[in-house]
Write a protein that binds this ligand. Structure first.
Ligand SMILES: [Zn+2]
Ligand SMILES: [Zn+2]
Length: 364
């Protein structure tokens, strides 16, 4: 089997023959059918998050179960599964109170490396997964079965990009019908926040970006109004759309510090800002605790859409199959593993929502 390896930060990945161990207790080997390139993968291989090398990244995947370690329940060889970076022990206080995305025991489960170069060098599993490869070994908690009718490239997106955006709205913020929602940034996660707001029954869904063609896509995903913040005063525009009050919710889906300050400025008194995705560490410079307290506003962090995989992924799969969730439109291009550096470069140029690596011979 082959994998795309990062030996040096910033260098192109090298696609090489590698060896996979056997799955250990609680682990499952999955033949990868499709894996999307996510911004987190790119941050890791560009060295922005530091950490050791060599590594294989890729975590937004789906495929077919091939082999089980001891003690695996819930999947069988031949099952079609989505693979997530989320791991959970099922026994800690967070898991038992319905927040497995914050599992306190997840660091102690799952393989650090089951993958080696042919000369025996261990390869780290980036983001718990290492799916830029023909096959992965992951903890069983990272897998969710998906319906046979769901193509694997669509299944791959559900387990990261889609749950992050939709989950931020439905799970983290629990937006109520009739609410007014602003989504800052209309990339992959932002568009999913827009469709999450549609599912929640939000009355107003205001998409904010600096590129008109991205705003047009947001309208296709269900935005009821769009604001090009490079061309107009976003604060005034949101006030005009909300009878002068500001929005009930603002979802900040872009990782820059100013966007958080901008987002807070768009909220009504008592409103809630939700930080989706990781902002820079200096982002607090743009937040005024005085304003928060005097206006009774809240800031929530949303990690992976506060998702419970076994609940959210099957639900989203059914919505997609019923034509009520857009996933096809999130896929900008399809590539082979040999073309992975092209897929990454196109994403870094900002051309793509999601580029997906497809593996031949695995049922689509
Ligand atoms: Zn991701
Ligand atoms: Zn746990």
């Amino acid at each position: 089997m082959r994998a795309a390896i990062c030996y040096v930060y910033g260098d192109p990945l090298r696609v090489e023959e590698v060896r996979l161990d056997l799955p250990q207790r609680g682990e499952v080997q999955v033949r990868v059918g499709a894996v999307a390139v996510c911004h987190s993968d790119v941050h890791r291989i560009r060295g922005e998050w530091k950490g050791r090398l060599p590594i294989v990244v890729g975590h937004e995947a789906a495929g077919i179960v091939e082999q089980l370690g001891e003690g695996v329940t819930g999947v069988q060889p031949g099952d079609r599964v989505a693979v997530s970076l989320l791991r959970s022990c099922g026994r800690c206080a967070q898991c038992l109170s319905g927040a497995p995305h914050l599992c306190e025991g997840s660091f102690a489960i799952g393989p650090e490396s089951r993958l080696h170069t042919l000369d025996g060098t261990p390869l780290l599993h980036g983001l718990n997964t290492a799916a830029f490869a023909d096959a992965v070994i992951v903890d069983q908690s990272q897998l969710v079965r998906v319906p046979d009718e769901l193509p694997l490239d669509r299944a791959a997106l559900l387990a990261c990009g889609v749950i992050t955006g939709v989950g931020a709205v439905i799970n983290t913020a629990q937006v109520r019908p009739g609410a007014s929602v602003v989504v800052i940034g209309t990339g992959g996660v932002g568009l999913n926040a827009v469709q999450g707001a549609v599912l929640a029954g939000a009355e107003q869904i205001i998409a904010l970006d600096i590129l008109d063609h991205k705003l047009a896509t947001a309208t296709d995903f269900g935005a009821t109004a769009t604001i090009n913040s490079a061309q107009m005063d976003a604060r005034q525009a949101v006030r005009d759309l909300t009878q002068g009050k500001g929005a009930d919710y603002v979802f900040v889906t872009v990782g820059n510090a100013q966007a958080i300050g901008q987002g807070l400025g768009l909220l009504r008194s008592g409103g809630t800002a939700v930080i989706v995705g990781l902002p820079p560490r200096d982002a607090l410079a743009h937040v005024s605790p005085f304003d928060l307290a005097s206006k009774g506003q809240r800031i929530l962090g949303s990690y992976m859409g506060s998702s419970r995989l076994v609940i959210d992924v099957p639900w989203l799969a059914r919505l997609y199959l019923h034509g009520r969730l857009k996933v096809d439109e999130l896929i900008s291009g399809r590539y082979t593993l040999d073309q992975i550096n092209e897929a990454i470069a196109s994403m870094e140029r900002g051309e793509a929502l999601r580029n997906v690596i497809m593996f031949e011979g695995v049922a689509a």
